[in-house]
Design a protein around this ligand. Structure first.
Ligand code: PMP
Length: 353
C-alpha cells in the first residue's frame, strides 16, 4: 500500500478472481467459463466493428439493448447493459444501498457481494445457509434490508423456485431485491417476468457463462423503468461508455444466434448429470446443481488435497478455504472429453491413496 492510499479503502479486502496460471496448459474447470467458442457470427461482427474503434461506442448500446429487451419480452427502458454483470451489481449496491439501508445475502455465496458492500461503505448481513446448503426463504421475509441472492447460488449450484423468490420480493416491498441470475440458463427458473409486476425487483444476468463471452465483459440488468433510470444515473456518473464497440457487436450476434447458445447449455446440463453420476460411483457426494458447475466432496480425500492433486495432473478446479465448505471443490462443467479427463484423473488420485 502506498502512503497515498485513501484511508477509506485501507482495510478493503479485494475480491480474488479464480487463478489464470500461465505455467502450463490446464484443463480449466475453475472459473465457470463456457468450453464452447462464441458462434462464428460473434467473431465476424466484432471484427467488422474493430474498424471503427477510433470512435466512441454508443453510450446507450441502443441496438443491443433493444435486442435484449425483445429476447426477454420487456421494454427498452427496462434494460441496462454493463461491463460484465459485476458492473451492474456494483451499480446496484451504489444506487440502492447506504449507511441507513444495508444489504443482506447468504453467508456462502458469490464472494464479490461483501467486497461491493465494503467498497461502498454499506452495512451488510450475511445470513447462514441451512445445513443442506439451501437458502431458507423465511430468513429473508420482512427483513427491511436490500437483498442480493444468486439463483442458482454459487458455489453450491442450488436453485430457489420463482414462488420462493416472489415471497421474498413481496415481503420486502420497501427494499430492492436483486436476483443474480448469472447461471440461470443451465436449468433454474428465471424471474425476469416478475420484474413487470414488482417495482422492487432487479434481475441481473451475464453473457459470460451461457453465451461464451466471459472475455468480452457483457452483463445486464432488467427491472422497473425507475430502477433502471437510477442505475443509469450511476453509470453516467462513472463510465458512460461502459460497453465497448466490439463487445456490443458481439452481444448483438450472440442474441441473433441464441439457439446455438441454448443448445450448448443443454449439452452442459447433460454433461453435469453425467459427471455427477460417475463421481457418485467413486464415492463423491454432489449437491443438486442447476448451474454450469458442481460442488462436490468425498470422504476419501479432502477438498484442498483433491484440488492440488488435480492441479498437478493439469486440471484446475476451485477450492475455497472458508469454514463449512473447505471439504468441497467446485468443478466447472466442460465438454464430455474434459469431464472424462477429470474422472480419469480422479480415479488415479483415489487409487494411490
Ligand atoms: N454473479 C455470480 C454469482 C458469479 O459467479 C459471477 C462470475 N464470477 C458474476 C456474477 C459476474 O460475472 P461477470 O462479471 O463475468 O458477468
Amino acid at each position: 500500500m502506498s502512503r497515498f492510499f485513501s484511508k477509506k479503502y485501507s482495510s478493503l479486502e479485494a475480491y480474488t478472481p479464480g487463478e489464470q496460471p500461465k505455467d502450463m496448459k490446464y484443463i480449466k474447470l475453475n472459473t465457470n467459463e463456457s468450453p464452447f467458442p462464441p458462434s462464428p457470427k460473434v467473431t465476424e461482427y466484432a471484427k467488422a466493428e474493430s474498424e471503427k474503434l477510433n470512435l466512441y461506442s454508443d453510450p446507450e448500446s441502443r441496438v443491443l439493448t433493444q435486442k435484449a429487451a425483445d429476447l426477454f419480452g420487456v421494454k427498452y427502458e427496462n434494460v441496462l447493459m454493463t461491463n460484465g454483470s459485476d458492473e451492474i451489481l456494483n451499480f446496484a449496491f451504489m444506487a440502492f444501498c447506504d449507511e441507513d439501508k444495508g444489504i443482506a445475502f447468504p453467508s456462502i455465496s458469490y464472494g464479490f457481494y461483501p467486497v461491493f458492500a465494503e467498497l461502498n461503505h454499506i452495512p451488510y448481513k450475511e445470513i447462514p445457509l441451512k445445513e443442506d446448503f439451501s437458502i431458507d426463504v423465511e430468513d429473508y421475509c420482512n427483513i427491511g434490508m436490500n437483498i442480493v441472492i444468486a439463483n442458482p447460488n454459487a458455489p453450491t449450484g442450488l436453485a430457489m423456485s420463482a414462488e420462493e423468490i416472489e415471497k421474498i420480493v413481496t415481503t420486502n416491498a420497501d427494499s430492492v431485491v436483486i436476483i443474480d441470475e448469472a447461471y440461470v440458463d443451465f436449468g433454474a427458473d428465471s424471474v425476469v417476468d416478475l420484474t413487470k409486476k414488482y417495482d422492487n425487483l432487479l434481475v441481473t444476468q451475464t453473457f459470460s457463462k451461457s453465451r461464451s463471452l466471459a472475455g468480452a465483459r457483457l452483463g445486464f440488468g432488467i427491472g422497473n423503468e425507475a430502477l433502471i433510470a437510477d442505475l443509469n444515473t450511476i453509470k453516467y456518473s462513472t463510465n458512460p461508455y461502459n460497453v465497448n464497440r466490439m463487445t456490443s457487436a458481439a452481444g448483438i450476434a450472440a442474441i441473433e444466434d441464441n439457439d446455438y447458445y441454448m443448445n450448448n447449455c443443454k449439452t452442459i446440463a447433460e454433461n453435469r448429470e453425467y459427471t455427477k453420476t460417475e463421481l457418485a460411483k467413486l464415492g463423491f457426494e454432489t449437491l443438486d446443481s442447476k448451474a454450469n458447475f458442481i460442488f462436490t466432496r468425498c470422504d476419501k480425500i479432502n477438498g484442498g488435497e483433491f484440488y492440488l492433486k488435480l492441479k498437478e495432473m493439469g486440471i484446475l478446479v476451485r477450492h475455497f478455504t472458508k469454514p463449512l465448505i473447505s471439504d468441497y471443490v467446485r468443478i466447472t462443467i466442460g465438454t464430455k472429453e474434459q469431464m472424462d479427463a477429470l474422472l480419469e484423473a480422479t480415479k488415479k488420485i483415489l487409487e494411490v491413496k
